[in-house]
Design a protein around this ligand. Structure first.
Ligand code: GDP
Ligand code: IMO
Ligand code: MG
Length: 428
């Protein structure tokens, strides 16, 4: 296996966790580079369901080094809970997990500010996961964020906390009429977290460099999806990090020459959680069928995911901004039984048809999808493991995606478990 970046090509929840799990066998290192516990990556192992939020999905395989990079934002409480949860399920989390000292820390006030801001936005709210992701990245960008390494320097940490809370408490009390936070209470709590987490902290750029020099196979596990990327997504209805390939590099301190392949995980249809435009959204029975059959409920918040047909305009945009070298099609089995399948090939906007994803949200909000209809397949693909055993019409669907997006399909996922997978164009 080569060094592979795995990104989501849509609005997240494409099945990245499952694909990372399937590719981990051939890797030695699995690294997360951005996002935080807003992510929910589901993996089924021997029928048991695991949802990873912060820790790379590779942790479920023995003897793989798992790395959390500087680009990730970490809620120590959520991290400790995840470690404890895995450990209680006999999954080793020890020296196989390393966390960047430069990763920023999510504080309780970030979560409070996330919630309050959303409340004031009314119908324009983003529909965040409420995990404090945006406010933490805001502090990082305005250079007053707290990094994991700050927890190792208690006096410095308290000084920063004091300075931050001065402003935060004014905002909470005066703007939101909400209770302020107490410096000492947070300080004591976070010192306890530090005791639990300290042994995992490392200089991750040095570690990554060592892995690269010793030619270890590295899997880069993206979180969220390209359309949620802060630069390339449907801004402002996005998350606050670069969920496309660039984030994988800056979030771990490596350069693009260290990567061989960039795989875009793509659901055979489209889903989105939270607010924002979604041209192919189906508010009818078909949308409900996709939602029910696909069990489309958020792995982090439990919210129902909005569902719609596959959107090739989105995929071409993702191909472009990620330089994709391979596509991974997931949840093909959810289209089993559909006689006809619609695929969006362009957006009607005023008197023209757009085939490039519009960069302005005000245009996107007024686009209607142009569909092309394809035949469904006559027997189920669920659980099929050989490409040759897929029905002809499923072959046609995959070939159509390859041709239209101009990227080869390298993996097809036909069910939720590890075994339901077809490696088409690659060696594991
Ligand atoms: P992620 O955030 O990209 O890792 O995706 P999620 O875990 O949030 O959501 C994907 C959901 O689809 C999970 O419940 C997976 O178990 C499930 N899943 C992944 N691949 C397949 C597949 O090929 N078929 C079916 N039926 N379920 C799948
Ligand atoms: P994974 O890695 C799907 C969405 C939220 C919201 C927007 C901003 O599991 O694919 P945030 O809390 O990040 O400020 O919310 O982004 N969102 C996701 N949607 N999958 C995710 O992660 C997501 N992480 C954030 O629903 O619309
Ligand atoms: Mg998810």
């Amino acid at each position: 296996m080569s060094n592979i970046v795995v990104v989501g090509t849509q609005w997240g929840d494409e099945g990245k966790g499952k694909i990372i799990d399937c590719l981990t066998e051939g890797a030695e290192v699995v690294a997360r580079s951005q996002g935080g516990h807003n992510a929910g990556h589901t993996v089924y192992v021997n029928g048991k369901k695991f949802i990873l939020h912060l820790i790379p999905s590779g942790i479920l395989h023995q003897d793989k080094l798992c790395i959390i990079g500087n680009g990730v934002v970490i809620n120590p409480k959520a991290l400790i809970e995840e470690i404890d949860d895995l450990t209680s399920n006999n999954i080793k989390v020890g020296d196989n997990l390393k966390i960047s000292k430069n990763a920023h820390v999510i504080m309780p006030y970030h979560e409070a500010l996330d919630g309050k801001k959303e409340l004031t936005m009314g119908s324009k709210k983003i529909g965040t996961t409420g995990r404090g992701i945006g406010p933490t990245y805001m502090d990082k960008a305005s250079r007053n964020g707290i990094r994991m390494s700050d927890l190792l320097w208690p006096d410095l940490f308290k000084e920063k906390l004091n300075a931050n809370l001065y402003e935060v408490n004014i905002t909470l009390e005066r703007l939101y009429n909400a209770p302020p936070f107490d410096v000492d209470a947070i300080f004591e709590q976070y010192m306890k977290y530090k005791d639990r987490i300290e042994s995992y902290l490392a200089d991750v750029t040095v570690l990554m460099d060592d892995c690269i020099k010793s030619r270890k196979k590295i899997l880069y596990e993206g979180a969220q999806g390209t359309l949620l990327d802060i630069d390339h997504g449907t801004y402002p209805y996005v998350t606050s990090s670069n969920a496309s390939v660039g984030g994988a590099m800056s979030g771990l301190g490596v350069g693009p020459k260290c990567v061989d392949e960039i795989y875009g995980v793509t659901k055979a249809y489209t889903t989105r959680v939270g607010g924002g435009p979604f041209p192919t959204e189906l508010l009818d029975e078909t949308g409900q069928r996709l939602q029910q059959t696909g069990s489309e409920f958020g792995a982090t918040t439990g919210r129902a995911r909005r569902c719609g047909w596959l959107d090739l305009v989105v995929l071409k945009h993702s191909r472009r901004v990620n330089s994709l070298t391979g596509l991974v099609i997931t949840k093909l089995d959810i289209l089993d039984g559909f006689k006809k399948i619609q695929v969006c090939t362009g957006y009607k906007y005023k008197n023209s048809v757009l085939t490039d994803f519009p960069s302005e949200i005000s245009i996107l909000e007024n686009c209607t999808p142009v569909y092309e209809e394809f035949d469904g397949w006559d027997k189920p693909v669920l659980g099929i493991k050989e490409f040759g055993n897929l029905p002809n019409k499923a072959h046609d669907y995959i070939k159509m995606i390859e041709d239209r997006v101009n990227v080869p399909v390298v993996i097809v996922s036909t069910g939720q478990s590890r075994e339901d997978i077809i490696f088409k164009g690659i060696n594991k």
